[in-house]
Design a protein. Structure first.
Length: 418
C-alpha cells in the first residue's frame, strides 16, 4: 500500500516550513536512510530521510514551496511491486485539522433558535470559544495585521480559518495577493533600488527584534576591561595546545560571563507573567552571523566546562550554523546571550535582548588606549563591553554586580581556571 510522506515537525514549536528542494525525483528508488528532501525552518535547513524502502511515486509539494503546514502530505512512496495502478487508486488524505467533538454546554442547549423569516440567512462570523482552528499562514497574516481570529469565519475544512478568510477580514482581495507581492516602485523623489525578498529567517529576526524593543524595558551598563593578562594567558594556552585547539578571545569572554553569572545568580533570570525565572544552569547563546541573518547556538552548562571544550564546541556549532545544519536543540534555549563585533573594529555597541532572556552582553574590539595607573599615564589593551538588561527581571544593582564580576575575571583570567 502506498505510504504518505508528511511535512515533519523539526522542533516543538514548528508549525510550518519551506520545502527547499527534493533530492529524489518521481520514479526513483528510495532506501531507508536516503535523503529525500531539504526542509527549511526559520532557523535551519535540515535533511528529511526516508524511513522505508520503495519508489517515490508522486511529489505533492514542489521545490521552494513556503508555508507548508506540519503533517501536510508532501509525497507518496510506493512499496515494492506497486506501480501506476496502485498510485492511481490511492487517495491522499488531508492533514488532521478536525477538532475533537465538544459536548454542548447547558447554556448552548437552552439557547433559543432564531426565527426564520423565510429568507436564507447570510453566514456570519460567530465569536469562537476555546481553541481557534486556523492554518499557520492564516495565523501569521492575522498577527501581522492585528486581526483577532475569533472574529473571522472560516471557510476551510470543518470551519478552519485559511489565508483567504483573513485577507477578506482585512479588506483585501485574495485574487490580488500576487500583485501586491511584486517589487515596489520607487516613491516620488526616491532613488531606484533592488528589493530583496524576505527570507523566513529575516522575517523572524525582524519580528523578534521589534517585539523585544517594544515590550522589554531595556537599560544598559557599560564598563572598560583591561585584557593584557587575558591575551597573555590565551597565547600561552594556545602554544601549549600545539594545534589541538585554538582559543579565541571570545571563548575566554564566554567563560568569564558564565562564571560571573554563577557568582551573581540573580542575573541569570528571565521575566514571565507568572514570576521571575531563576535558571539553575548557565547556558550561553552566542550570536553567529550568517548570510541573511544570524543564529544563536548555545553552549550548555558553560560555567562548568573548560576552555578547550568551549572552544571545540563553539567552533563546531559556528561551522554548522553557517552551513544551516544546526539541530533545533542546538540553538533553542539559552539563559543569556553573547554578541561580539570586535572583529569588525566596532569599539562599543548595545545589543537588543534575545527574548525571553534577561541579559545580553555586547563585546567591542580590544585596542590600545591611554590609561592612568598610579597617577601616571600608561598604555593598556582595553575592551569595552555593554550589558543590555531587562529591568523587569534584573535590577540595576544586580546588573552592575554581574559586570563587576565579569571585569574581575577578565582582568585576572587565571581565576577562571581555579
Amino acid at each position: 500500500m502506498p505510504i504518505q510522506i508528511l511535512m515533519p515537525a523539526l522542533s516543538p514549536t514548528m508549525t510550518e516550513g519551506t520545502l527547499a528542494r527534493w533530492h529524489k525525483r518521481e520514479g526513483q528508488a528510495v532506501k531507508s536512510g536516503d535523503v529525500l528532501a531539504e526542509i527549511e525552518t526559520d532557523k535551519a535547513t535540515m535533511e528529511l530521510e526516508a524511513i522505508d524502502d520503495g519508489v517515490l511515486g508522486r511529489i505533492l509539494v514542489p521545490d521552494g514551496a513556503e508555508g507548508v503546514a506540519v503533517n501536510t502530505p508532501i509525497a507518496v512512496l510506493l512499496s515494492a511491486g506497486e506501480g501506476a495502478e496502485a498510485l492511481a487508486k490511492f487517495k491522499v488524505s488531508a492533514p488532521p485539522t478536525v477538532p475533537p467533538a465538544v459536548p454542548a454546554t447547558p447554556a448552548a442547549v437552552a439557547a433559543p433558535m432564531p426565527k426564520s423569516n423565510g429568507a436564507a440567512a447570510a453566514p456570519t462570523a460567530q465569536p469562537l470559544v476555546g481553541r481557534v482552528f486556523a492554518s499557520p499562514l492564516a495565523r501569521r497574516i492575522a498577527a501581522d495585521s492585528g486581526i483577532d481570529l475569533r472574529s473571522v469565519a472560516g471557510s476551510g475544512p470543518s470551519g478552519r480559518i485559511v489565508k483567504a478568510d483573513v485577507e477578506t477580514a482585512h479588506g483585501a482581495d485574495p485574487a490580488k495577493t500576487v500583485q501586491r507581492a511584486r517589487p515596489l516602485a520607487p516613491m516620488a523623489g526616491e532613488p531606484g533600488f533592488e528589493l530583496l525578498p524576505l527570507t523566513g529567517m529575516r522575517k523572524i529576526v525582524a519580528r523578534r527584534m521589534t517585539d523585544a524593543k517594544q515590550q522589554v524595558p531595556h537599560f544598559y551598563l557599560t564598563v572598560d576591561c583591561e585584557i593584557n593578562e587575558l591575551l597573555k594567558l590565551r597565547a600561552r594556552l594556545n602554544e601549549r595546545a600545539a594545534g589541538r585547539y585554538k582559543l579565541s578571545v571570545n571563548d575566554m569572554v564566554l567563560k568569564a560571563l558564565a562564571i560571573a553569572l554563577k557568582r551573581v545568580p540573580a542575573a541569570n533570570a528571565a521575566w514571565s507573567d507568572a514570576g521571575i525565572k531563576l535558571y539553575k544552569s548557565v547556558d550561553v547563546a552566542v550570536a553567529v552571523a550568517v548570510e541573511g541573518g544570524l543564529y544563536t547556538p548555545v553552549i550548555r552548562d558553560a560555567d562548568g566546562k573548560g576552555l578547550e571544550t568551549i572552544s571545540t564546541e563553539m567552533k563546531s556549532l559556528a561551522e554548522r550554523a553557517r552551513a544551516g545544519k544546526l539541530l533545533p536543540e542546538e540553538y533553542q534555549g539559552g539563559t543569556v546571550s553573547l554578541t561580539n563585533l570586535g572583529m569588525f573594529g566596532v569599539k562599543e555597541f548595545a545589543a537588543v535582548i534575545n527574548q525571553p532572556q534577561g541579559c545580553i552582553l555586547a563585546v567591542g574590539a580590544g585596542e590600545k588606549r591611554p590609561v592612568v595607573k598610579n597617577d601616571a599615564l600608561a598604555i593598556a589593551t582595553v575592551m569595552t563591553v555593554t550589558l543590555s538588561v531587562d529591568h523587569r527581571s534584573v535590577d540595576g544593582a544586580v546588573g552592575a554586580k554581574l559586570l563587576a564580576a565579569f571585569k574581575a575575571l577578565v582582568e585576572d583570567p587565571l581565576t577562571m581556571l581555579l
